[in-house]
Design a protein around this ligand. Structure first.
Ligand code: F6P
Length: 536
């Protein structure tokens, strides 16, 4: 580690030791402009980090650490399409998909591919493209997994209105019951199967794609299913070999990671459903956030601050997990999408040179929609022994009954307030006495009603639930994860950790099928024996 970096990180650790037991309540009383200083607006989003346990001094030290870590150069390299995915020797040019980064060739390729996607989507939406029996396409069966599923699924659920183009059904799991449950409601003559796989080699996706093709063939009475197939892949040859007509195969590139790919042809199904204009708005929202990320000073920079806060919580205060809680049902899939984005990007243990990372990396990301969560896991956030930072995501302008929107906003704010404020045992006792509880009973119950408070939250509000704000929100998280990766000094863009499981699964599948035996630990071997006996 060079000495300026070492000094910046030593200063950070010393500050964490000094301030680690304090929380935002103390900082509010010491810092007069705290709310304004920790609230940033960009691209239709307003984020308030003032309830986090980060003092203004800690923020400044974090900015120093980011500077000493080379964040400025890293941002330039990211936006400039340099091969920052050092293990795979590739760029990570998802910003090229929204015209704000990557090299000129990348931006041109992305634009050209998007216009092919738009053309085909227009033919589907207008009914000009029909299935093998001449019927228009009314449903798209989107088959993909991980980044080839979660992003498009989230965007569709977030923005669908019920008055859109073809409906989308998503199929990720090869679970034996899922395909038949999904296809039971579909008419093969009116269905287009869209296969999304960057590699076109992912076992689960292949299995589902083969089964869906067989379902089409059976349902079309032996007619060629080609007009019912489309694909997005960085291996277009493999997609064509599978039987997808070349004109319905859309390119992805190795310079876009799977978990960063929703901005590309991977969202063909979403474009068919929502239309090109709303997809352009999604890209525009992300692009506006990109520009803010690249241009705003770091103490007023939404993704930089979000990344620094997350780093402080994990690496300096040892908060092992982080909750993500949308107060908007259409954003219910945000935690699942973010789980892949963050945990696949930051779940690393070595620096680019292969040396061990000195501290902790990457929090466990989890969460669910707010209203139900409040009546379930929030108990642990309020009174559990671990401190779990939470992002509460609200929408200011919503269609629908005003009273319901007010209720959602009030609940999101109330949870943030309660998590911070807490309740002392004395306050609890007084409340009980005021309700007429006897003294002895109040003494007995007070410790159970006590809440420590000081629990950190970020409050993130979208102006509206529209494509622009959703695009900005997703780009915000992408960049915040990138900022963390620079501070941790890990490569955010590979995912070797998932490979071993895939290899072993394929070997075990063969062993289950053929009865062959490999070398296994005793537990795995016992399960193999049991499963083989039961399937006989
Ligand atoms: O197994 C992890 C992973 O490679 C993810 O990174 C990716 O999003 C997913 O699998 C699907 O991969 P593909 O698009 O190549 O099928």
């Amino acid at each position: 580690m060079d000495s300026s970096r070492e000094q910046a990180f030593d200063a950070l650790q010393r500050l964490a030791a000094d301030e680690g037991s304090r929380d935002a309540r103390a900082f509010f009383s010491e810092e007069t402009d705290r709310v304004a200083a920790f609230t940033v607006r960009a691209a239709g989003l307003t984020a308030d980090f003032s309830k986090q346990a980060v003092s203004s001094t800690a923020r400044d030290r974090l900015v120093d650490a980011a500077r000493a870590s080379g964040l400025a150069d890293a941002m330039t390299a990211l936006a400039g399409g340099q091969p920052i995915n050092v293990t795979e020797k590739r760029a990570a040019s998802h910003m090229a998909l929204r015209g704000t980064g990557g090299d000129v060739a990348g931006i041109r390729a992305a634009e050209a591919e998007l216009s092919r996607v738009f053309d085909f989507a227009a033919a589907i939406r207008s009914g000009a493209h029909t299935g093998a029996t001449g019927k228009p396409i009314r449903t798209i069966l989107h088959i993909g997994i991980g980044g080839s599923d979660l992003g498009p699924r989230l965007v569709y659920k977030a923005l669908m209105t019920g008055r859109d183009g073809p409906q989308i059904r998503f199929l990720a799991s090869p679970d034996p019951g899922t395909l038949s449950r999904v296809t039971r409601e579909l008419d093969p003559e009116e269905t287009l199967v869209f296969i999304v796989s960057k590699s076109f080699g992912t076992a689960e996706t292949r299995a589902n794609a083969l089964a869906a093709k067989a379902w089409l063939e059976a349902g079309l009475g032996g007619r060629d299913p080609a007009p019912h197939l489309a694909a997005a892949s960085a291996s277009p040859g493999a997609a064509a070999e599978f039987g997808v007509p070349r004109e319905a195969v859309f390119d992805m590139w190795d310079w876009v990671g799977g978990r960063y790919s929703l901005w590309s042809s991977v969202s063909f199904s979403v474009i068919c459903a929502l239309g090109p204009d709303r997809f352009r708005e999604l890209l525009a929202g992300a692009a506006e956030l990109d520009r803010h990320f690249l241009e705003a000073s770091w103490d007023r920079n939404l993704p930089v601050l979000m990344g620094l806060v997350a780093y402080w919580n994990r690496a300096c205060l040892n908060r092992a997990s982080q909750a993500v809680v949308p107060y908007a049902a259409p954003l219910a899939l945000l935690p699942a999408w973010l789980q892949q984005l963050s945990m696949e990007s930051l779940g690393k243990r070595v620096t680019p040179s292969g040396a061990p990372v000195p501290g902790e990396t990457g929090a466990v990301i989890w969460g669910a929609e707010g209203p139900n969560g409040q009546h379930a896991f929030f108990q642990l956030l309020h009174q559990g022994t671990s401190i779990i930072p939470a992002d509460l995501i609200a929408v200011i302008g919503r269609d629908g009954p005003e009273a319901h929107n007010r209720m959602m906003l009030a609940n999101a704010l109330a949870q943030a307030e309660a998590l911070l404020k807490g309740r002392t045992a004395a306050e609890a006792r007084d409340e009980l006495l005021a309700k007429g509880t006897g003294e002895d009973e109040a003494d007995r119950l007070a410790p159970h009603l006590e809440m420590p408070g000081g629990r950190p939250t970020s409050f993130i509000a979208l102006d509206r639930l529209d494509a622009h704000c959703v695009g900005a929100l997703l780009a915000l998280y992408e960049h915040a994860v990138f900022v963390q990766s620079v501070l941790y000094r890990v490569n955010a863009f590979d995912q070797y950790g998932v490979e071993l499981g895939k290899t072993l699964a394929s070997a075990l599948e063969t062993e289950l099928e053929t009865g062959a035996t490999g070398a296994h630990d005793p537990s795995t071997q016992a399960w193999l024996d049991r499963l083989r006996k039961q399937s006989r």
